[in-house]
Design a protein around this ligand. Structure first.
Ligand SMILES: [Zn+2]
Length: 108
């Protein structure tokens, strides 16, 4: 079985942004593939010279683009170095909080 063709749905120079986008896509059942993340991290100092690209299988492009639009319209994309998913309910953890906004689980 060959891997599915991937299409780019989002591009950023901010790694935390790419992490957020990918996390939200996964929550919605998509299968994002983040390219360039490792190189961007290696460049260090928060200055990323290579764009980080989020790719999804072609069958998920429309849904992924809709999600990107919603995220950009409704949410300030948090700039933080750690963005985690709740171990209990898998919600994206709000940065700076010690408990999950969704289920109040304690940060592990
Ligand atoms: Zn939770």
């Amino acid at each position: 079985m060959s891997p599915p063709k991937l299409s780019e749905v989002y591009r950023t120079y901010q790694q935390p942004e790419s992490v957020t986008m990918a996390a939200v896509m996964r929550q919605h059942g998509l299968k994002p593939v983040v390219l360039g993340e490792t190189l961007a991290a290696l460049s260090g100092m928060g200055i990323y010279v290579q764009a980080i690209r989020i790719m999804v299988p072609r069958s998920q492009v429309l849904e992924a683009r809709a999600l990107v639009a919603i995220i950009q319209a409704e949410a300030e994309i948090p700039v933080t170095d750690t963005l985690l998913n709740c171990p209990a309910c898998n919600s994206v953890w709000e940065p700076g909080f010690e408990v999950c906004w969704q289920c109040q689980a304690q940060r592990g």
